[in-house]
Every structure is written in C-alpha cells, then in structure tokens.
Design a protein around this ligand. Structure first.
Ligand SMILES: C[S@@+](CC[C@H](N)C(=O)[O-])C[C@H]1O[C@@H](n2cnc3c(N)ncnc32)[C@H](O)[C@@H]1O
Length: 444
C-alpha cells in the first residue's frame, strides 16, 4: 500500500526508531478513518465508491494522500473479505479486518503496528500470523461468493478460475485515452512525462496511455483542456469495434456519463451526429460539460423514458452504427468495484438479463441496412453475454455476426480475444469486457 512507500521515503536517512515514529504519525489518522468508513461500506446498502465520496465530503480535512490510504485500505479489504473473515472470524469488526489485512495481506511487520494498535490488539495481531481459514474452499481461496464460483466454473476449470480471480482481486492500473481532436498520443505522452507523470503507451489501444502511478489529474492542464480522459483500455477497445466514421449517424444507446460516447465523438473528429441516450438524467448530465471540454460539437445527449421511447422510434433504420453498452452486473470491473461481488446476487443477474435482451432488441431497430450493431457488457457471466447474444441472433436473422478480432485486426490492433471479444484482467490487464458485433444485411 502506498502508505508504506510514502512513510518509508519520507523518513529516509533517520534512525530506525525515528522512522517507526514518523510512519506511525503519518498513517494513524487515515487508518482510523478507514476503519470508520469500512463499517458503513460493509452494510452493502450503497456502492462503496458512493460511500467513500460522501465520507470524504464530510471529512474535508483529509488530503489527497490520506484519501488514497483510506480508499486503498477499504478496497483492499473488500477484495480479500471472504478469506479475511474465514481466517479471523465471521464476526470480526471493521478495525480487526483492517489490522488483519495489513498484517496478512500487506505484510506489515509487528513493529509497524507499534503506536497504532493497543497492547491487546498487538497480542491479537501476533496470534494472527499462524492462523489459516477454517475451511479453504474454492470460494475462500478466490475471495468470491459461492454462487459466482459455481457460475464461472461452468465455463472454466479450477486453475483458470484461480488465475481469473487473482486478476480481479488486484487493483487496476490508471489508463488515459488521448482525445485525438485535441492532441496525439505521442505529444501527450511527451507532455505528461515532462510534467512528471510517468506514462507508457497501452499495449492494445492506439489511443491509450498507462500511468505508472495514480496522481490526481483533475487539475492537470491537459485534462482541463480536454486532451485526455481517464478510461480503461478495454473500454477504449469497444470504440474500435464500433469504428465510427466521419459524418456518420451514430447512437450510443446506454451512454451513461459518456465514457464511450466521448471516444466515439473524437473518432468521428467532431463531425456527423452522435446521439447519446440514457434513462438516467443524472448520469447523462455529466456528458455535456465533458463534451465541451473535449471540443466535441457532434454529441447530442437525450434522456429517454425507456428503450421504446418516441425519440428512439424516430431514428428507426437510420443509424450507421449503434453501441449498446447495457446495464449489467459489472462483475468484470471487480478490480475497481470489489464490493460488487458482495452486492450482486443470482436474482439481480436474472433481472439484468431481462433488461439487456429488451434494450438490445430495441436498439437493433435503429440500425440501417448495412449498418453495425455492437452489444457490450462488463460482465463475466454467460447469462449476460453469450446467452443474450445467441437469443438475439436466433430472433434476428437479418443481423450477421462479424468477427470482433478481425474488426480490430483491420485497424492494426492485434489481440487474441476471440470472435466475440472477451477481455480478461489476468490475460489482457484490462477490466473484463464482452462484446459481440453484428452487421444488418441489406436483404432485410
Ligand atoms: C454500463 S452503463 C453505461 C456506461 C457508459 N456507456 C460509459 O461508457 O460510461 C449502462 C447504462 O444504461 C443505462 N440504462 C438502463 N436502462 C436503460 C434503457 N432502458 N435504455 C437506455 N439506457 C439504459 C443506465 O442508466 C446506465 O447508465
């Protein structure tokens, strides 16, 4: 955890005792906050990122570094929650979970706890070293709920599941997408490196940069002038599956706050018309200022009541390309949202699948003959991915499947991710994404 790095470097050159004391002062406050907010997060009533945002608004005394320590601790514990509880007890308090996580998952020595933990806690921590989970089931080993282990095992063996879980239970790197309307990847890379932000080109996305660390970027001059957005490399690749061209009519059917819309708009070089639909006025409201910052005048956000809204019907058969980035379980994004594995359930997945099928069918009506349709999720579950797409393909013979790998290859992106795109954190170092690409045949 960065608290360790920072306290170590801050105290370089001092005596061991002074070093320990400095480290203690540096982390005592944030760790107390971490335990406090963890208690709220663990009710799982609200998403962890929303709880943390609210907590930070209420504790403005916490600076960027301290917020980092609090968030990293909470997310780290959510990632390892099942193993931690199986090891230290199902009724462990938030503070005990935090101490156990530091000792067992972050490798803190007994000495680092001095001054942070009480005598009783120090004795408890010492006893933790030899503890192992009462039962080392596959769910405990992978830190996943049993229902999810069962679903994933249907399409992979145990070894593959353990590797996938290791990828999902690691923090994600910070990726940026260069806005080609404002800059080029090489120019931005040079500027970032000059300003002390260490970055390298992403392996797959021609528009992607990966940062070595996680600096605050909201006030960076190149962010403020719209030269880049924060966007996972996997999410960027979906833009290349849509492959919008200048002057076309494009629909981003589930645009949300516009992460993918902005990419599509910049690939179109701010020409043509790009409709951004969503049922959430709150999410869509974030798109307008982001599009303005990015210099995009081709984006047209529109709140719709549901997928059969009159605004949707007016565009029937007119769109050159439609992206349907449906609401989903989000289980492919566990690196960023580790609480999702504890908040989703078999029942919530069933409800998602119904909505996904209805949204896909409605979005497909917009595609003109010869046009392209891209269905995408950030889920790992066959129910939300292949099953929805297979049922759609059976009911819509006028839509012909295109090979996603081939679509990317023709744009110079070499990626072994299948005919239907399957991105996985442990294989591609992206979030987990699924996408299927269709072309509407002229004959229909
Ligand atoms: C996976 S998110 C989209 C993320 C977004 N594309 C991005 O890249 O940031 C799914 C979105 O679908 C929206 N949604 C839910 N039901 C919908 C419907 N019936 N029609 C259109 N959008 C819907 C949700 O409000 C949510 O913003």
């Amino acid at each position: 955890m960065s608290a360790k790095r920072k306290s170590d470097s801050a105290s370089r050159g001092r005596t061991g005792r002074a070093r320990a004391a400095t480290g203690t002062q540096v982390v005592r406050g944030p760790l107390a906050h971490a335990a406090a907010v963890l208690g709220e997060v663990l009710s799982f009533e609200y998403p962890a990122d929303a709880v943390l945002s609210r907590y930070f608004r209420e504790h403005r005394e916490l600076g960027h570094r301290d917020r980092g320590i609090v968030a990293e601790s909470v997310y780290g514990i959510l990632r390892r929650l099942r193993w931690l509880r199986a090891t230290v007890g199902e009724d462990a308090s938030p503070r005990q979970l935090l101490l156990a996580w530091l000792a067992r998952c972050e490798g803190w020595s007994a000495r680092r706890f001095e001054g942070l933990a009480s005598e009783t806690e120090l004795a408890w921590i010492a006893g933790l070293r030899a503890l192992e989970p009462a039962q080392l089931t596959l769910g405990v080993r992978t830190d996943l709920p049993d229902w999810l282990v069962e679903r994933l095992r249907a399409s992979m063996n145990e070894e593959q599941l353990v590797a996938l879980a290791a990828g999902l239970n690691r923090p994600a790197p910070l990726d940026l997408r260069v806005n080609r309307v404002r800059s080029s990847r090489d120019a931005l890379l040079a500027e970032l490196n000059d300003s002390g932000v260490v970055a390298t080109a992403c392996p797959y996305s021609p528009h992607g940069l990966r940062l070595a660390e996680k600096p605050a970027l909201q006030k960076h001059a190149r962010f403020l002038d719209g030269s880049f957005e924060v966007q996972d490399e996997g999410s960027q690749l979906l833009g290349f599956l849509v492959q919008p061209r200048r002057g076309e009519l494009i629909v981003d059917f589930c645009a949300g706050a516009g992460g993918k819309t902005l990419h599509l708009g910049s690939m179109m070089r701010s020409t043509g018309r790009l409709y951004a639909f969503d049922v959430s006025e709150r999410r869509l409201a974030q798109l307008k200022p982001r599009a303005a910052r990015a210099g995009l005048s081709n984006v047209h956000p529109a709140v719709i009541a549901h997928e059969r809204d009159a605004r949707v019907k007016r565009l029937a058969g007119k769109a050159d390309r439609v992206l349907v980035d449906v609401p989903c379980s989000g289980l492919g994004t566990l690196r960023r949202n580790p609480d999702l594995k504890w908040r989703q359930s078999p029942q919530s997945v069933v409800e998602m699948v119904e909505r996904q099928s209805a949204i896909l069918a409605a979005a497909a009506t917009l595609v003109r003959p010869g046009g392209r349709l891209v269905y995408a999720t950030c889920s790992l579950l066959a129910e939300e991915n292949d099953d929805v797409v297979d049922a759609f393909a059976r009911a819509h013979p006028q839509f012909r499947a295109l090979d996603a790998g081939e679509v990317l290859r023709r744009q110079g992106i070499e990626l072994d991710a299948g005919e239907r795109l399957r991105l996985l954190p442990h294989l591609h170092d992206t979030d987990g994404f699924f996408a299927a690409v269709f072309e509407r045949s002229d004959a229909a």
